[in-house]
Design a binder for this molecule. Structure first.
Ligand code: SF4
Ligand code: SF4
Length: 116
């Protein structure tokens, strides 16, 4: 099964029309509507793995993403996208975090003492 990274690389070669088609497939397959975190929040959207955070869902009462066909199809490895943000955003944060671990942060210059 292709990884999320491989899917992203593949997506970078798609035309806007093909991206639109793919988004339609994600929306059609999304099972967020059956999720306990989604229920009674006033949310009517979905596909948060692609669209990012919900303005309505704020309390984690469970997540159905693991059972969603999009997870396998796109190689998603996170969850709770309605509260955490899109898969792309989570991947970016993860990549940034690991590169920061590899590169030690520069030391802050010592603050000068200013006499009053
Ligand atoms: S993985 Fe989660 S957010 Fe993405 S389409 Fe499936 S249920 Fe919706
Ligand atoms: S992203 Fe996960 S937690 Fe959020 S509504 Fe969809 S299934 Fe539920």
């Amino acid at each position: 099964m292709a990884s999320f990274e491989e899917h992203m690389e593949e997506m970078s070669t798609l035309s806007p029309e093909e991206i639109g088609e793919l988004m339609g497939e994600v929306k059609a397959a999304c099972i967020c509507g059956d999720c306990p975190s989604y229920a009674d929040t006033g949310e009517t959207g979905g596909a948060f793995c692609a669209n990012g955070k919900s303005e309505y869902i704020t309390e984690n009462k469970g997540c159905n993403c693991g059972d969603c066909p999009v997870t396998g199809k796109m190689g998603l490895r996170w969850g709770g996208y309605c509260m955490q943000g899109s898969a792309r955003g989570l991947w970016d944060a993860e990549s940034k975090g690991s590169s920061e671990e590899e590169t030690p942060a520069e030391e802050e210059p010592a603050e000068e003492n200013v006499d009053e």
